[in-house]
Design a protein around this ligand. Structure first.
Ligand code: XMP
Ligand code: MG
Length: 169
């Protein structure tokens, strides 16, 4: 296990991301939708740096398979409770890999006619993209190695690590 992004770098980056997002939403009250489970720590840190009014909700999706590579077949595990019609939605994701999960989420949420949908992702494996998807805010562009920590797991382990590490197991 090798540290890729330290706790300090994550904290600094989230602070500036939160400022950027706040400036864009100005007087609006956006709904942040965290994608479980991977985004739970990022969401908690992002909203505490946001320092303006916002609402929160969560949804969970799963890609079949529990190992290192998803299958691209995505299913809803937990839906949002909020009514997002005519609201500004910011989807909070841990990591974008092929882009298939985010694409599914965007299409799913768009059916409820929000005023806008944007994405913020802490990590972006941009070279792994299989579908073109617009991620407005990105924390770090990273290589395609499998990473864990800061919410991300390998077989449900390592989510609690305060940093992001490369997992070569
Ligand atoms: P796609 O390919 O749909 O995948 O963009 C996004 C989801 O895949 C998982 N994923 C990872 N999880 N370490 C992880 O712990 C990784 O390096 C990694 N790469 C992709 C993750 O669930 C994400 O939401
Ligand atoms: Mg996982």
């Amino acid at each position: 296990m090798k540290v890729l992004i330290s706790e300090k770098r994550i904290a600094e980056r989230i602070k500036s991301l939160a400022q950027e997002v706040r400036a864009d939403y100005k007087d609006e009250v956006p709904i942040f939708i965290g994608i479980l489970k991977g985004s739970f720590i990022f969401m908690a840190d992002l909203v505490r740096e946001y320092r303006a009014e916002c609402e929160l909700d969560f949804m969970a999706v799963a890609s079949y398979g529990a190992g290192k590579s998803g299958t691209g077949v995505i299913r809803m595990v937990k839906d949002i409770g909020a009514n997002i019609r005519k609201r500004h939605v910011l989807v909070v994701e841990d990591i974008i890999d092929t882009g298939l999960t985010s694409n599914y989420i965007r299409q799913y949420l768009a059916l409820r006619q929000p005023k806008s949908i944007e994405f913020v992702a802490l990590l972006d494996k941009h070279k792994a993209r299989k579908i073109d998807i617009n991620i407005k805010y990105t924390g770090f562009k990273i290589p395609t190695n499998f990473v864990v920590g800061y919410g991300l797991d390998y077989g449900e382990r390592y989510r609690q690590l305060p940093y992001v590490a490369i997992c070569d197991d």
